[in-house]
Design a protein around this ligand. Structure first.
Ligand SMILES: C[S@@+](CC[C@H](N)C(=O)[O-])C[C@H]1O[C@@H](n2cnc3c(N)ncnc32)[C@H](O)[C@@H]1O
Length: 266
């Protein structure tokens, strides 16, 4: 149901939202004043924050190439955010036009934008609104079950989303739910914020701003994040600063805020 503003009731335009904040940071127009204020507040305090999304998306592109080379032809992008220029389906369809892609986000606006982009134009891909913290619910969602065959290798992407899931929501159990459902040969692609290589005061600044803008984050270091790969073989070079994961060309110096890695289920 819509409100007087024309927005669905569950959309609160007066509060910053991570999907729309990222949209603004990437030069998009599908965001509100609260999202723009929040993004600028972060970038004002931590200048390099403006490069995080490009680090994430470049890492994602290289990881997807590795999965395609390994023969993976179906992908589940958890916490997909808003559509961008090079979405997962754009990257994988350039090499494998029949590959299946399902986008998942808890945010109705992000899902609506993906559906508008995909419906009737990209039959091999769709988007569903669901909570990543509920692996059974996500994997059992009719659209997911209809498109993805869990008896065959799948690529599951958890990029820039687990740091939005605090320890009180038991992220290890969440990730285990996906890992256990994956067939051998499947891959888990992970990247998140990590303050491990940052001075303590900059980490404190990031965490404080996250709380102030209403998007609290939980940063996990390498040892902690390695637990998400339990039972998987970490592909070379392991869990590293995301720009250092199989770098493909010259890039600005890494911000060292992001960890990234890919695990394969034996
Ligand atoms: C920083 S954005 C990352 C988007 C995308 N993965 C990327 O790399 O650009 C995080 C996204 O996770 C979504 N999200 C946060 N918590 C979620 C949850 N519990 N279930 C599903 N999506 C969630 C947010 O709505 C947001 O769109």
């Amino acid at each position: 149901m819509e409100t007087d503003s024309g927005l669905p009731r569950e959309v609160n335009a007066s509060r910053a939202n991570d999907a729309r904040l990222c949209d603004f940071a990437l030069g998009g127009k599908d965001n509100f004043a609260a999202d723009r204020t929040a993004a600028l507040k972060l970038a004002d305090a931590l200048e390099e924050a403006r490069y995080l999304l490009s680090e994430w998306h470049r890492f994602r592109a290289r990881a997807l190439e590795a999965l395609l080379d390994a023969g993976v032809r179906q992908f589940l992008d958890l916490g997909c955010g808003m559509p961008v220029r090079d979405n997962v389906h754009d990257i994988v369809h350039a090499m494998a036009p029949q590959a299946r892609v399902v986008y998942v986000d808890i945010d109705a606006v992000a899902v609506t934008h993906f559906l508008a982009l995909l419906s009737s134009k990209v039959p091999a891909a769709t988007a569903v609104q669901a909570d990543v913290r509920d692996p059974e619910g996500v994997l059992g969602h009719p659209e997911v079950a209809a498109r993805l065959d869990l008896d065959r290798p799948i690529g599951i992407l958890l990029i820039a989303v687990l740091h939005l899931i605090g320890d009180e929501d038991a992220p290890d159990g969440v990730v285990a739910g996906y890992r256990e459902a994956m067939a051998p040969g499947s891959h888990l692609v992970y990247s998140d914020l990590s303050g491990e290589e940052q001075p303590a005061e900059r980490v404190a600044t990031y965490l404080r701003i996250g709380d102030e803008i209403g998007i609290p984050v939980t940063m996990r270091g390498r040892t902690r994040a390695s637990q998400f790969f339990t039972g998987l073989d970490l592909l070379e070079p392991g869990l590293v600063s995301a720009p250092d994961w199989r770098p493909s060309g010259p890039f600005r110096p890494p911000t060292r805020w992001l960890l990234g890695g890919v695990g394969r289920k034996p």
